[in-house]
Each structure stands twice: as C-alpha cells, then as structure tokens.
Ligand binder design. Structure first.
Ligand SMILES: *Cc1c(COP(=O)(O)O)cnc(C)c1O
Length: 388
C-alpha cells in the first residue's frame, strides 16, 4: 500500500538538504522551462467544452495523412529498437536540403540538439550570446553548463538590433544562438543583417542558427539562404530545423541540424543518448517530408489567419509585433499572467511572457479559424468586463 512507503518528515528534510548540497550549482540555480499547459487539464479544471490551445505553436492541420499512414503501418514493430543513426531520415533530408547525410544530426526535437551543443562545447565561464526575448532553451542549456549568457535585446520596433549584436560580439564568445524568425517576437533577420551578425562573430565562435520557423518564410526574398551564406565561411555552424511546426509532428519529437562539418556531427553523436529518435518519429518524419502540399497548406492557413488575428488585436488597441512565423507577440498593457489566467476560464491557452521587461507581453499561436475566433471573442469579453 502506498501509505507504507511514506517517509518521515525528518528523512524528507534530510534528503532535501543533501540534494541541494550534491547538485551542481549551475543545475540548482536553473529556471524551469515555461512550457504551455495541456488541453486536457484545462478542459477538466474549467469545465469548458472546447479548448483553443494556442500556447505551443502547433500546426492546427495536424500531421500529414502520409505520416499518419506510415505510423499505422509501423505500429506492430514497436518491440524493435529504432535505428540509432536515423539513416533513412538523414538520407531523405540530404535529398531535401542538398546537405550531405554525414553533415546531418537528428534530435528528439531540435531542443535535443540545443542540449547536445551545450554538452559538447560549453565549459563553465564560456560566453554565449543570444536574443532577448528568447526561446527559453537558448538561455537555459548554456546556463546548465555554467556558461555566461549575454542577452541582446530587440530594438523599439521589435526587430533584430544589428548594432547591439555587433557590439555584443566584439568580445570573446564561444557560441551564438538565435532563432530566425525569432521566437517569441516573430521578427525576421534579413539577408544583410544576417551577414553582418555572422561576420561580427569571433573567428572561433560556434554559430547556432535556429530555423524552427524556416518553412513560414523560406520563399520571402528577404529571408537569408543561411546554408548558402554560411557555406564558405570558416567558423563552425549548425542550422536547426524541426518537424514540430509546419510539419505538424510536435508530439513525436523530431528535429534536425545541418552542420558545417561531419566532425561537428560526430561530436554531437558522442554526447547524445544512442536511441534518441524513436521509431515512430523517424518513420513519420520521412513520410511527412514527402508531403510538401501539406506544408504549403499549413503555411497558407497561418498566413491568412495571422493577418486576421493581427488586425483584430490592433483594432483592440494592442501593440502587435510583425510576425513571419505561426504566432503573434503583443503588448497587452497589463500583467500578461493575469490575462492568461482569465483566458483559461474561457478555454483559451496562450503564453504569457515572463522575461524581465516583457511581463506585459503575450505570445499567441495561430490556430484554425474557430480557435482564433474563440481567442479574440474571449479577449473582447474580458476587456468589456474590465471596462464595466
Ligand atoms: C518550437 C521551437 C523549437 C523546438 O522544436 P522541437 O523540434 O519541438 O524541439 C526550437 N527552437 C525554437 C525557436 C522553437 O520555437
């Protein structure tokens, strides 16, 4: 019986003290990743019929039918280990991107590759330069290794501040990490800005370009063709992409890195867990890669809906950053966590930002028409209550 396993208060206390003493200081002081809430929990707690889950930038169209069929066909092989080298997926990605399979690393989500990069390169005291506001793991994983993280802000227009980046990179830096388009702001670093930041980096700096939202702006003429720009420059680099967003496979966890050199892939292979990509993820990703129509449809939906939601938010008087990705970032003019809490009771999950200086900002994912409607209507209700 569970009660037999209960520990006394004094043992509990003793354990607590020992864990605090034994843990690495860098691990002990880490802040937790601010993950979106689960729809089921919100549905149950607030008794709402439909939850608009708009906090994790998921694809409202879901996975490609090709990926679903591939998953079903493989279901009876769950007893078999996955391919530790993800060879079929790396070959498919090589054909898709033009990067050799030996220069491709696969992760249990691209967050796994960010983790491997931190493990492989960062010593205590190393300096890492990244963005603020930022994707949390760009800061958390370097800090986990004891690195010093310099956060470069965006400018008043919520765009990349190229000069601030150049200044930040004028000193030593082991690694730079930024997402383009940026999460959470959604701003896009253009070709010129990209070249300037890359060229400003010290000669021995590892360049980590997180292109989680690549598919949403790859056809924009101003979006840098990073693989081409990086190809002939001497600093080690890696471009990260993912199946979680435009491909709609977030729950399966699969991302990839396109690296400057096979030795970079070898290094990451040594620090990763051997079977980090499960069978289903590998199989579904290969199938999803074949369904470009599904990706195009997903992009088109986001493009139309994002415009509508932005117009509504602007009409409500909010300052909305222009976005090239599948979410919008806006200043809601009051503590975002309180507004997020109110929205939960309407069955709407959004992401209140927590970083210093952004406590009034919200990131909302672009969902399907119904979910976006639910978000805007609920927001209007809350604002009307406030005015009454
Ligand atoms: C969503 C996201 C990721 C994580 O993607 P996974 O492949 O699901 O781990 C990485 N970077 C950025 C900037 C993201 O927004």
């Amino acid at each position: 019986m569970a009660s037999d396993l209960a520990v006394s208060d004094s043992v509990f206390e003793k354990q607590q003290q020992l864990l605090e003493k034994l843990a690495r200081p860098a691990a002990r002081s880490l802040s937790a990743y601010n993950a979106g809430l689960a729809a089921e929990a919100v549905q149950k707690k607030y008794g709402v019929t439909h939850v608009a889950k708009l906090a994790s930038n998921e694809n409202p169209l879901g996975a490609s039918p090709l990926a679903r069929a591939a998953l079903e066909a493989d279901a009876c092989f769950s007893a078999i280990y996955s391919d530790a080298s993800s060879m079929a997926l790396r070959d498919a990605l090589a054909a898709d991107t033009g990067v050799a399979a030996g220069n491709i690393v696969i992760g249990n989500g691209s967050e796994d590759i960010l983790h491997m990069l931190a493990l492989a390169f960062l010593n205590p005291g190393d300096r890492v330069v990244t963005l603020i506001p930022s994707f949390g793991l760009h800061e958390i994983f370097p800090r986990m290794m004891g690195a010093d993280v310099t956060m470069v802000g965006v400018n008043a227009q919520q765009e990349f501040d190229i000069e601030a980046w150049e200044n930040a990179l004028s000193g030593p830096a082991k690694m730079l990490i930024f997402s383009n388009p940026s999460n959470p702001v959604g701003c896009m670093l253009n070709r010129e800005g990209f070249a300037r930041i890359i060229n400003a980096a010290p000669a021995d700096c590892v360049l980590v370009i997180d292109e989680a939202y690549f598919e949403y702006c790859e056809t924009d003429p101003e979006y840098p063709d990073s693989l081409r720009v990086l190809a002939d420059q001497p600093r080690p680099w890696i471009v990260l992409r993912t199946f979680s967003k435009a491909y709609g496979l977030a729950g399966l966890r699969v991302g990839y890195g396109l690296a400057s050199h096979p030795e970079l892939v070898n290094l990451l292979d040594r620090v990763r867990t051997p079977f980090n990509i499960n069978r289903s993820a590998q199989i579904a990703a290969v199938a999803a890669l074949r369904d470009k129509d599904h990706v195009r449809e997903s992009i088109a939906l986001v493009s139309t809906q994002r415009g509508r939601v932005a117009t509504e938010l602007t009409a409500l008087g909010f300052n909305v950053a222009s976005s090239y990705a599948n979410f919008l970032f806006f200043d809601c003019g009051r503590p975002a966590t309180e507004l997020a809490q109110r929205l939960l009771s309407f069955g709407v999950i959004i992401k209140p930002w927590r970083e210093t200086g952004y406590e009034n900002w919200i990131r909302v994912s672009i969902g399907n028409e119904q979910d976006n409607r639910q978000f805007i209507d609920s927001l209007k209700c809350i604002l009307a209550e406030g005015a009454a």
